[in-house]
Structures are given as structure tokens and as C-alpha cells.
Design a protein around this ligand. Structure first.
Ligand code: SDX
Length: 430
């Protein structure tokens, strides 16, 4: 690439913008000096053309439908690794060897219990609260318990916080579910794998041993891997922005959870399943697609479209495979919702309205169907997404905090409000 771009402004000013290339993907032009030298800002609401940071963690090629965690293709990681190996990779930059894996798994396993008083927070919520509201509150409250790991400038504190978050999110999420159905909390079990332990805490009861189904546990583990990280998406950007002010990691992750809740982001899997259930039958797909094309209807094809992927989301392909595996294992091959999803996908992939807008299924389209088959209620889907994404958030946060050049994020604006004016006395106001 040409390393220098020259910007010529209408008033004749010119400024040279140095170019930068990464390992893969689009180059960037560094505009940090633009305002200082010209008095003008760049304008990019929604960050359609803005790289907010450098990162070594995740690479996405939206046109080619490629997703790499630390250089490894998601397809290979989903096939050859379990979620905790992926956590180690995202946090440390390399896959663990056997000894490192044993040590990492041991440490995570022994951080899965939460402070006994944390469980009292749940009593303050209505039983019918949305689990994301509960999760948001309880994760934020972790900062009130773990005072010994709040110094973000201490690498040891950062490491302990990462372990606590990765290890305790499953416990906190499962407790949110148990509370909502009035069942007793299940304590974690150290003899179970990460995914099996989560399913035990979600579906086990004190009255009997929980029977682990390896096929379903593998599917759960794969769902975690597919959701672990995804570059500078909205919630990760929130975590980075929160972290840039020096906020503690628990507060930053709570901020990420809040952002993920939105139906345009992590809430899409819940919205996608609700959409499928609302359509109800393959015979109604045509009418629904018609509504989606009518901008005035406000209907969207939830689980379709992506800011970056203008091709099939590689995670959606893997999720569809898992969907067939799980439904096959459960004898639900003829599941009505799956049939409806596949019919909707087929129509959308052939319909020019969607093809011309490069709207393909994203990770959320099939993940809801798999989770529903696993017995996870729709309201819990985004909590599971938050659980899985916590490692991505804390890895991105750690990368940023460890950078000595880190500065607080403080975007500017194009002001379009009233010019300066004096305050009239109240009797003179219309
Ligand atoms: C996630 O960023 C990430 O990486 C996120 C994520 C992650 O792992 O962190 O991948 C997880 O959030 C996946 C996305 C889940 N969201 C949904 O499935 C909700 C439905 N999708 C849309 O809301 C939308 O596609 C977005 C928000 C995902 C992306 O929106 P963009 O990039 O801002 O695109 P856009 O809104 O400008 O849409 C372009 C066109 C528009 O039509 P025109 O104005 O050009 O006529 O496509 C249309 C939109 O109306 N469009 C859709 C659509 N998504 C976009 N039309 C119908 N159904 C949809 N789903």
C-alpha cells in the first residue's frame, strides 16, 4: 500500500496521513493528527469505516466468511479443541500443551464457586425478571466481592479477574435460571468438564444425580467456542471503552453484557427463535418475507445479516451442523421449527432482496434452535452468549490495558444543535 495518503481540504490545507498495514485484512490510514493539524474531525457514526484499535486476537474476513482466533480457523478449533483450550488461546495467544491445559482447567474448575452472599442478590429480583437483567446486576456486583483483584495495573490481579469471570459466569448464569423457575441453586462439581458442569447446574436437581449426555455436552461446548470472540463488535467495543477509563474488569464485563442484550446484537438469537415461533408454519413464510421487504412493517429477518459478514457466517454453518447432531440425538429430526428455519433460509438465500443486500444467516439463526433443543428457555439464550463471550471480552480488555500507549476513549461529534443564546426570564418563554 502507499504508506502516505494526502488529504487536500477546500481551504487549500493539505495533510499527510500515514498508512499502516496489519498481518491480514484492510490497511488503515492514521487520522490521529487530523484535528490537531486541520481543526476538522472524521465523521463515522456506526464506525462503518473506522478501526478503533490494533488487536492480535480475532480476525474476520466478512466477504470470504473467515473467522480466525489467534490465526486458527474457527472450523478447526470447533472440531479439535474444547472451549477451555479456546479460552487459553484467546487469553495467551497460543494453544495450551497438555500440561498447560491440565493446569488451566484445574484453575478454572476451582474458581467456579461464588461467594455465598452473592446468592442473596437474586432474592432482590422478581422471579419473572429477564435473566439478562439479573446477570447484569450480579456480574456488576462481583466488584463488591472480589476487592483483591481490582487493580487493573497489576498483571496478577488482571489474571485472577480473568479466571474468576470465566469460571463464575456459568455458575451465575445457571443461578439466574434456577431462580427464575424457583428451583434450588446447584453448586458446581469439580469432577465435570466446563460444559457438563454448566448443564449440571442448569438442569440438575439435588434430588438425583445429573446424567451427562456427551453429545449434548459437546454441542454446548461448541456453542461456547463459536461465541467466544468476534473482533470489535458492539459489546467488545463497550468493554474496551469502559476499560479505557480505568474501570474494574467486573464493571467492564457488566457493561458488555448490557450492550449484548440488544436484539440487533446478542439478543438476536432470542429474537430469531421468537420470530420462527411467531411464523409458526412453513405455509406462512411467504407472507412473512413479504412483510420483511416492506420497510414500513418494521419486520426484520432476525438471525440474518451482519455488519461484517457479507457471506455466510462461518459460525452459522457450524451451528447448523450442531443443530442436526443435537436434534438427531434427541430424536427431533422432524422438529417443526428446524424445518421452518431451513425453509426460511432457503427462500432468503434465493431471494434477490436478501442476496442483493448480502443478508446471510449469522451465528444467531441456528443457535436458538440448538439451545431450545437442549432444553434452554429462550429468555436464557443471550445469557449463554454472554457466558461464552466473557473470555473474548476479558482477552480484549487485557490486551488494551496491557498496552502502555492506551488512552481513554473519547469520541467527538458534529454539533447540530442551537447556536449560543441567552436564557430568557420564565415570563418571556412561550
Ligand atoms: C451479532 O458485530 C458482531 O460481530 C456481532 C456478532 C458477534 O459475534 O459479536 O456477530 C453477533 O450481533 C450477529 C448479528 C445479530 N443480529 C441480527 O441477526 C439482527 C438482524 N440483523 C440486522 O439487524 C442487521 O443485519 C445488523 C444489525 C446485524 C447489521 O446491520 P448493518 O450492517 O448496519 O446493515 P444495515 O442495517 O445498514 O442493513 C443494510 C440493508 C438495509 O436495507 P436498505 O436500507 O439497504 O434497503 O439490509 C437490510 C437493511 O434494512 N437489513 C435487513 C436485515 N439486516 C439488514 N433486512 C431484513 N432483515 C435483516 N435481518
Amino acid at each position: 500500500m502507499d504508506k502516505i495518503a494526502t488529504l487536500k481540504l477546500p481551504d487549500g490545507k493539505t495533510i499527510e496521513l500515514p498508512g499502516m498495514s496489519g498481518t491480514l485484512g484492510p490497511d488503515v490510514y492514521d487520522v490521529r493528527s487530523l484535528y490537531g493539524k486541520t481543526g476538522v474531525f472524521t465523521y463515522d457514526p456506526g464506525f462503518m469505516s473506522t478501526a478503533a484499535c490494533t488487536s492480535d486476537i480475532t480476525y474476520i474476513d466478512g466477504d470470504a466468511g473467515i473467522l480466525l482466533y489467534r490465526g486458527y480457523p474457527i472450523e478447526q478449533l470447533a472440531e479439535k479443541c474444547d472451549y477451555l483450550e479456546v479460552c487459553y488461546l484467546l487469553l495467551n495467544g497460543e494453544l495450551p500443551n497438555k500440561a498447560q491445559k491440565v493446569d488451566f482447567d484445574f484453575t478454572v474448575t476451582r474458581h467456579t464457586m461464588v461467594h455465598e452472599q452473592l446468592s442473596r442478590f437474586y432474592q432482590g429480583f422478581r422471579r419473572d425478571s429477564h435473566p439478562m437483567a439479573v446477570l447484569l446486576g450480579v456480574v456488576g456486583a462481583m466488584a463488591a466481592f472480589y476487592h483483591d483483584s481490582l487493580d487493573i495495573n497489576n498483571p496478577e490481579h488482571r489474571k485472577v479477574s480473568a479466571f474468576r469471570l470465566i469460571a463464575k459466569l456459568p455458575t451465575i448464569v445457571a443461578m439466574s435460571y434456577k431462580y427464575s423457575i424457583g428451583q434450588p441453586f446447584m453448586y458446581p462439581r469439580n469432577d465435570l468438564s466446563y460444559a457438563a458442569n454448566f448443564m449440571h447446574m442448569m438442569f440438575g436437581v439435588p434430588a438425583e444425580d445429573y446424567k451427562v449426555n456427551p453429545v449434548l455436552v459437546r454441542a454446548m461446548d461448541r456453542i461456547f467456542t463459536l461465541h467466544a470472540d468476534h473482533e470489535q463488535n458492539a459489546s467488545t467495543s463497550t468493554v474496551r471503552l469502559s476499560g479505557s477509563s480505568g474501570a474494574n474488569p467486573f464493571a467492564c464485563i457488566a457493561a458488555g453484557i448490557a450492550t449484548l442484550w440488544g436484539p440487533a446484537h446478542g439478543g438476536a438469537n432470542e429474537a430469531a427463535l421468537n420470530m420462527l415461533e411467531e411464523i409458526g408454519d412453513v405455509s406462512k413464510v411467504g407472507a412473512f418475507i413479504k412483510d420483511v421487504k416492506d420497510k414500513n412493517s418494521g419486520a426484520k429477518l432476525m438471525g440474518f445479516g451482519h455488519r461484517v459478514y457479507k457471506n455466510y457466517d462461518p459460525r452459522a454453518k457450524l451451528m447448523r451442523e450442531t443443530c442436526h447432531e443435537v436434534l438427531g440425538e434427541l430424536g427431533l429430526k422432524n422438529d417443526k421449527i428446524l424445518a421452518l428455519a431451513m425453509a426460511l433460509e432457503k427462500i432468503a438465500l434465493e431471494d434477490d432482496y436478501f442476496v442483493s443486500r448480502k443478508l446471510y444467516p449469522n451465528v444467531d439463526f441456528y443457535s436458538g434452535i440448538v439451545q431450545r433443543a437442549l432444553g434452554i428457555p429462550v429468555s436464557m439464550f443471550t445469557c449463554i452468549f454472554a457466558l461464552a463471550r466473557t473470555v473474548g471480552w476479558i482477552s480484549q480488555w487485557t490486551e488494551m490495558i496491557s498496552d502502555p500507549g492506551m488512552k481513554i476513549g473519547r469520541p467527538r461529534q458534529l454539533y447540530t444543535g442551537a447556536g449560543r443564546r441567552d436564557v430568557p426570564a420564565i415570563i418571556n418563554r412561550s
